[in-house]
Design a protein around this ligand. Structure first.
Ligand SMILES: CC(C)(COP(=O)(O)OP(=O)(O)OC[C@H]1O[C@@H](n2cnc3c(N)ncnc32)[C@H](O)[C@@H]1OP(=O)(O)O)[C@@H](O)C(=O)NCCC(=O)NCCS
Length: 249
């Protein structure tokens, strides 16, 4: 088992082969008042899992998440086909809070402009717009995407902000799409496709012939299928273990 102390863990994981080849990752959310989160990885052996849980408890962590939480992850969740790992987590007291898909997509897509909106690369982190509309995790990912020049914004012809899409907000070395959000009032008019196709085209131009779209809800797969070719999908489980957060004496 290994441990990393870092506030932006996924950004620091280089070379890219690090965790997923070693095994699964466990993200410990810090105790209240502490800014230090940490990440453990384990081969799947139950004793390593027990050790990680014990360390998280003694560090006063409030929760352990298998994979990682939205906004800061190495894997978006536990691969549902890995029955041994899922069984070990359940036996250790983890509960499954939801499931989603990671899509592998072909990035060869022609940009598809929207008739009523303009999509452009953003030079601003958009935090004042993204946070209130879509939450702090996406705001944070957008900030990191901006650092990699991977943030795109959509505005109406009248200049109103309509939404954003990004790549490289997490796991930038792997070609990672997301997040994407269009304001509810602007949905269904091609803005999402215009944003997403610009992001896929930019990934393609950077040499990523394929990209991962993590955290996709089953009902949103059709949105991606409407513009890119799907090469594969992995079902992932969000599994967490609540801890007291008080730390050991
Ligand atoms: C997903 C989202 C970005 C789509 O934006 P949008 O501007 O409404 O999408 P568009 O109008 O460009 O295109 C929608 C197309 O995808 C299809 N589609 C299928 N499932 C869809 C879904 N769950 N949501 C939106 N569109 C969907 C539509 O039918 C449409 O296809 P069509 O042009 O052939 O009719 C927007 O709904 C959103 O912000 N949702 C909340 C955040 C979210 O779920 N993000 C994705 C995380 S993986």
């Amino acid at each position: 088992m290994g441990l990393i102390d870092a506030p932006t863990l996924a950004e620091k994981l280089r070379p890219p082969r690090a965790l997923t080849e070693l095994g699964g990752s466990l993200f410990a959310e810090p105790a209240e008042g502490s800014t230090t989160a940490w990440l453990a990885w384990w081969s799947g052996a139950r004793e390593e899992l027990a050790e990680a849980i014990a360390r998280a408890r003694s560090a006063g962590a409030t929760r352990l998440t298998a994979g990682g939480p939205p906004g800061n992850y190495v894997e978006s969740g536990v691969d549902a086909s890995d029955a041994d790992r899922v069984a070990a987590l359940l036996a250790a007291g983890f509960t499954t809070r939801g499931e989603h898909l990671d899509l592998r997509v072909d990035t060869a897509v022609a940009p598809r402009p929207a008739s009523e909106a303009t999509v452009a690369r953003s030079a601003d982190d958009l935090r004042a717009l993204i946070g209130p509309a879509f939450g702090s995790a996406w705001q944070w990912e957008a900030e990191r995407a901006l650092a990699h020049h991977g943030l795109f914004t959509a505005r109406s012809t009248g200049g109103d902000w309509l939404g954003f899409a990004a790549h490289s907000g997490n796991l930038c070395h792997r070609g990672t799409f997301g997040p994407i959000g269009v304001l509810p009032s602007a949905r269904g008019r091609g803005v999402g496709v215009a944003l997403a196709s610009a992001v896929f085209a930019d990934l393609h131009a950077r040499g990523f012939a394929e990209a991962t779209v993590p955290w996709v809800a089953a009902e949103t797969v059709a949105f991606y299928e409407s513009m890119v070719c799907l090469r594969g999908r992995t079902r992932r489980l969000s599994m967490t273990l609540a801890l007291s957060g008080r730390g050991s004496p």
